[in-house]
Design a protein around this ligand. Structure first.
Ligand SMILES: [Zn+2]
Length: 271
């Protein structure tokens, strides 16, 4: 179990490891076509995909960014709950949860059956994400295999009712800004903590393969609902991180990193 703590801005940030899955290259797609995809598959082989959520502690109490799988993915996942307990944080201590997007490795940890796992917490969901995944016309527009977010939105609202609140992009809490990172889902959102070199962008699922996607900017995952938008978002955030020097991490990245330009692309150095 990994609990990597760092100070960024006004918050102590702790990565909570929810689990890890050995993913096959069937999960990859490539915007430059079949040859590029075959080359990427040969280069990468199968790869470990970690699942993280984050604990932020500061003057305003206890905030989570996402909540992992809970019991939805079986006994190898949901370990973020144990990591929180190990840190002495009980479910009732959590004041609020910032949601990055409505996928099955990010939000089922918020409930158990129809009961909220965090009995006092407000659940803050980016309004673009919440309105998309509660819209019937949007549901019909998405391939069936990619519709899980609609069921998850319904479960979330059933468990938390009016404590589910939609938030705009921009400042959301003292020293935390919600950043639109569309592509993986329409309302996919990162959270920027602090500023400049002392700051951190939790970019959620804008990048899954730290060793490959910064160099191969057209490499995407099948779970990116709009791969073109996801690739544009990834390029823009890597360029901004290289330029401004802020640190980055994600829900599927094994640590914290900094981005450097390398040739026409980038390198993500974990620290
Ligand atoms: Zn994910």
């Amino acid at each position: 179990m990994s609990t990597m703590s760092r100070r960024f801005g006004a918050y102590d940030v702790t990565m909570l490891r929810d689990g890890v899955v050995q993913a096959s290259t069937d999960h990859l797609v490539h915007r430059r076509g079949e040859d590029a995809l075959a080359q990427a598959r040969a280069r990468i082989g199968s790869f470990p995909l970690v699942v993280n959520c984050f604990l932020l502690t500061g003057d305003n109490g206890v905030t989570l960014v996402d909540a992992g799988c809970g019991t939805a993915w079986g006994a190898d996942f949901g370990k973020a709950r144990l990591a929180l307990a190990d840190l002495g944080i009980a479910p009732q201590d959590v004041d609020r949860v910032l949601v990055t997007h409505l996928h099955g490795d990010h939000v089922p940890g918020l409930w158990e059956d129809e009961t909220p796992y965090f009995p006092r917490a407000k659940i803050l969901v980016p309004e673009v994400e919440l309105s998309f995944f509660t819209d019937e016309a949007a549901r019909q527009s998405v391939p069936e295999a990619r519709r899980s977010g609609f069921g998850l939105a319904a479960q979330l609202i059933k468990a938390y009712g009016a404590r589910v609140q939609s938030i705009p992009h921009g400042p959301v809490l003292d020293g935390i800004e919600a950043v639109a990172l569309p592509g993986h889902t329409p309302g996919h959102t990162g959270y920027r903590i602090g500023a400049g070199k002392d700051g951190l962008l939790i970019f959620a699922d804008a990048l899954h393969l730290a060793a490959y996607q910064p160099q191969d900017l057209d490499l995407c995952l099948v779970y990116d609902l709009d791969a073109d938008a996801a690739a544009r978002t990834r390029l823009a955030l890597l360029a901004a991180a290289a330029e401004d020097g802020f640190a980055v991490t994600g829900c599927h990245i094994d640590g914290y990193g900094r981005v450097e330009r390398e040739g026409h692309a980038f390198r993500l150095d974990l620290f």
